[in-house]
Each structure stands twice: as structure tokens, then as C-alpha cells.
Design a protein around this ligand. Sequence first.
Ligand code: PLP
Length: 368
Amino acid sequence: MAVDGKYFDYNGTTPMCDEARAAWIETNERHWHNPSSLYREAGAARLRLEDLREELADMFDIDEPERVVFTSGATEANNAIIRHLAGDGEKTIGVSAVEHPCVYAAVKREFSPERVRESKSVDDFKEWIAMQSVEAVSLMAANNETGELFPWREISERCREKEIAFHTDAAQWIGKLPLDGFGECGFVTGSAHKFGGGKGAGFLLLPEGEENFRAAVGGPQENGFRAGTENLPAIAAMVAAMVAALREVESGESDGRDAFEDRITEKLEAKLIGAESPRLWNTSMFLLPHTKNLKWLTRLSTRGFSVSTGSACSAGQGNPSRVMAAHGLGFDEMGRVIRASGGGATALENWIALADALEEVDAELRDQ
Ligand code: PLP
């Protein structure tokens, strides 16, 4: 794997893992035919595609593989689900304020403003569900910026009791934490490049009995749920990466992030963001004590460290971050935030090396 211990942007993207690369190459060579065509080789590609669908369904304890729909990634999957949930325009959706832009912007586009309820806390969802004042709920599983985890299982159960449609964007959860519960919670989305599976592949899970969903219309692919020739090598890579990632999930979590945070809060007087909530084990978002984050980022980059100033999708945009605003940060503070996200291979000493580098940069910037 061409990645060293100084890469701290795994929430942005991950390198393709060895298992995924091998599956990609093998499938691209053996099964480059169109799985929808009718000759023998195409039939073999089709069998491979359906085996992969079954393998992925099994990981989610889903007995009906057709509930797995392969897509180009989580953005496409989330857009399609939100469009589906909006339906005839008569429905109201409850959504959290910290969703990834591909959910949040889709909600803003597909629902009229009076039909969107934006949560300030999880209690808002509980109230709307109890009152049945929403017909759909979208609550992400894990936040890409802070790593915060949300109680998607509990909220989905409450939705089921009241027959309210539920969607969770699980792009940051899948590959890092166990999958129990996703198979029965409603609409779920995942993205291969977040767990070592390569770019341009993802999937969505449909709730049991869903027949009307259409991510794209055209050919009959994906059991009619999403038209477009399947990217079979990318799908094979994604499934192989997921198997590998789940093995790692079972073998335990890294303690490097916590040691890193102890160091930076003590020595650097950095303030952690979102640390009062349960979080992904790999993510640390923090407020620097002084100076714009881009100056820190550049100096860290010179030392070989890759970190992020926040979600890769909003980096470089001048808009204030909804996620940071939800944590009470002012505009000036938003410009002093850094996110470090490690992977399974990021060792304790890598995290400590990043803390050392931050201390060096701190001294340099204070001397300026
Ligand atoms: N949802 C979340 C929580 C993400 O972190 C990302 C990627 O940053 C996406 C969706 C979009 O995924 P993709 O790159 O597969 O479109």
C-alpha cells in the first residue's frame, strides 16, 4: 500500500488496499464484458456481479440480495434516496444540521423549505417521530468532520414503529465499526473509497419490500433500481475491501488518537471538537490556539504530514461550516480548525509524531 504513517486524511479518502487491487485487476481482466449482454462471457460477468451482490448482502445479514444497489459512490446514492423520499412534494423530512453536503444540499433542492425540519439535537427527531410530524428522517451514522456517532439504530426503530421512512448516510461508519443493524434500518449508503475500495464505487441498501425506488432510469440494470452499466471491477474491489475492513474492525481499535489528543490538549492548548460525544476511533477535530489553519497545514505538509481543514468537499470554499457552527464556533474560529483522521495502519507512534510536528509548528508560528 503506497501510504506512509504521515497520512492523516483517511476520512477524505483511503488508498486502495491490496485485496481490492487484486480483485480489481482480476475482474477487469476476466470479466470486462457487459454483464447485461447475452453471450457466454457476459453471463460469467453477470454471475460474478450477482455473487458480489450476495456477498455484500450477507455482510449486512440481508436475505434478499436485490436490496443491494451498486452506485458510483455515496453522493449518487444519497442524492437518489433524498429525491425518492421527497416523492410527490407533499412529504416533510427531518434532517440533522450536520449532514454531509450530498445529503443536506439534496434535501434543500428536493424539499420545499416549509417541508424541511432541521434538528438541533437527537431529541428533535424523537419528538417529530412521536408526533408523526415528519414522513421521512435522514440521520447520518458518523460525521465526516468530527467523527461523532449518531444513534441511528434507535431513531430507525422509532421510525419503523410509526411507519416513517428512515435513511442513514453510513459512508464514514462502514469499514470502521461493525455493521449490525444496517440491514434492517431502512435506506443506507456506503462509499468504497472510504474503506480502501477505490474511487467511483458505492452502494445503497433498500428497505425490505421497496419496489418503487429508481436512482436512474434507462437500462434494466440493478434489478431496475439504477440504470447504467455496472463498473464490475470497481464493485469487486469494493467488496474485497469491505471483507478486509471488517476483519480489522473485529481485531480492535487504535488507541493512538486518544494519546494524540492528550498531548495536543496539554501541550498545545488545542480544544477538541465533538469529543463530548461518542466518536469514530480514528478522527480528531480540534481548534488551534492561534493562526489560520492553512499556515499550520502548509508547514505540516512540508514535514510530510497530510491533514485536513475539515470536510474535503467544503475545503477551499468560503462558506461557514454548518458542522462547526453546530458546535458553537464563530467565523474566526472556523479558520483555525484541523481534522486529523488515521486508518487501521496508523500506529501510536505516527499519532505521536503528528503531535510532535504540531508542537514544532506552534513554536515557529509564535516566533513569527
Ligand atoms: N457522506 C459522507 C459522510 C462522506 O464523508 C462522504 C465523502 O466525503 C460522502 C457522503 C460522499 O461520498 P462519495 O465520495 O462516495 O461520493
